[in-house]
Design a protein around this ligand. Structure first.
Ligand code: FDA
Length: 300
């Protein structure tokens, strides 16, 4: 990130919430389930699948984890009632991973059951590296208990990810592969963009060649192209994989993929915790953050 970008990002906390909200509205479905449902309907009508993220990973009490789980059950019920094409993405810290792992496991297991009853699927997002081992352990526990409608995420920037793949392969896991969004130290994570891309490609190829279902979560045009070339080379049916993108990002690429016959799932975040999520998105995209600040200074 350039010095100017760093300065812009540093100023973000000073931007009034209504302005952050206006500029982040394309990344967030809204405050509540009603807005999320509206977004899913719109996506589905454009042949896009969805995965719903209830915002709120920063919790300090288990009753907040219970509330998050209950909200996800409402999502599953609403999606099934309208026969929409959407599953759910959860962050284990929002289910109490850092407070009580057994409690977290029980909540997620119950959610997997609820999802199975509604023919749906639970994707466990991957958080920072302090959560990786615990997250994968909970995933393994769920699979050992017979829950097959659950998948994980592995991050290409982590040096350990290829080993994690090898260890998970006997489970024939469903894996979302992404670059990784958290700030990690050099001993744990690749820093060079080309190294991260190479790791991403190796991971996707290893998983697809082993017959695993892969969600290729990226907006990087080079990785999208290599993903397309790989599925062509492996002769895979579009049902064997999907592309995934964040709401409001790279809509031109996403349309091209759909028109080419690939399946694509859009990550749809909603909830009262929209502010923290928006600031994270804006920090990743200083160009938009700069736009926000210029408008603020111009008094618009
Ligand atoms: P890159 O960062 O190079 O972006 C390519 C281009 O896409 C950028 O130049 C920009 O134009 C655009 N772009 C990318 N991100 C943008 C944004 N937020 N706002 C605006 N424009 C943007 N990470 C993680 O650690 N754990 C997880 O569980 C997930 N889950 C997840 C699900 C889905 C569906 C997606 C798409 C991504 C994630 N991620 C994630 C985030 C992921 O790790 C990564 O940080 C972002 O996808 C950005 O990486 P790209 O591969 O898109 O490349």
């Amino acid at each position: 990130m350039s010095l100017l970008d760093q300065a812009i990002v540093g100023l973000l906390p000073l931007v009034p919430k209504p302005i952050v909200r206006r500029f982040s509205s394309r990344y967030i479905a809204g405050d509540d389930l009603t807005s999320a449902m509206r977004t899913i309907r719109r996506l589905n009508s454009g042949r896009l699948m969805a995965t719903v993220d209830v915002l709120g990973e920063f919790i300090s009490r288990l009753d907040e984890a219970n509330a998050t789980a209950a909200e996800y059950e409402r999502v599953l019920a609403a999606v099934q009632a309208e026969r929409l094409d959407a599953n759910i993405s959860i962050k284990l810290s929002g289910f109490g991973l850092l407070l009580d792992q057994d409690h977290c496991y029980r909540l997620v297991e119950e959610l997997c059951r609820a999802a199975a009853r509604r023919h749906s699927f639970v994707r466990i997002d991957m958080e920072d590296s302090s959560c990786t081992t615990d997250t994968l352990n909970i995933y393994r526990r769920l699979r050992a208990a017979g829950h097959d409608n659950v998948g994980v995420v592995l991050q290409a920037y982590l040096r350990r990810s290829m080993e994690d793949i090898e260890a998970l392969l006997p489970l024939n896991p469903s894996v979302r592969v992404c670059k990784g969004i958290y700030v990690e130290s050099e001993n744990l994570a690749f820093k060079d963009p080309d190294e991260i891309r190479a790791s991403y490609e190796r991971m996707v190829e290893r998983l697809l060649a082993a017959g695993c279902y892969v969600g290729m979560a990226t907006h990087d045009p080079a990785l999208v192209r290599s993903g397309e070339a790989l599925v062509r080379r492996l002769g895979l049916h579009p049902a064997a994989y999907e592309f995934q993108m964040l709401l409001g990002v790279a809509e031109d690429i996403r349309q091209r993929l759909i028109d080419a016959g690939h399946r694509l799932r859009v990550y749809v975040p909603y909830g009262a915790e929209w502010y923290a999520y928006s600031v994270r998105r804006l920090k990743e995209n200083p160009r938009i953050a700069g736009y926000v600040l210029r408008n603020l200074i111009a008094g618009r």
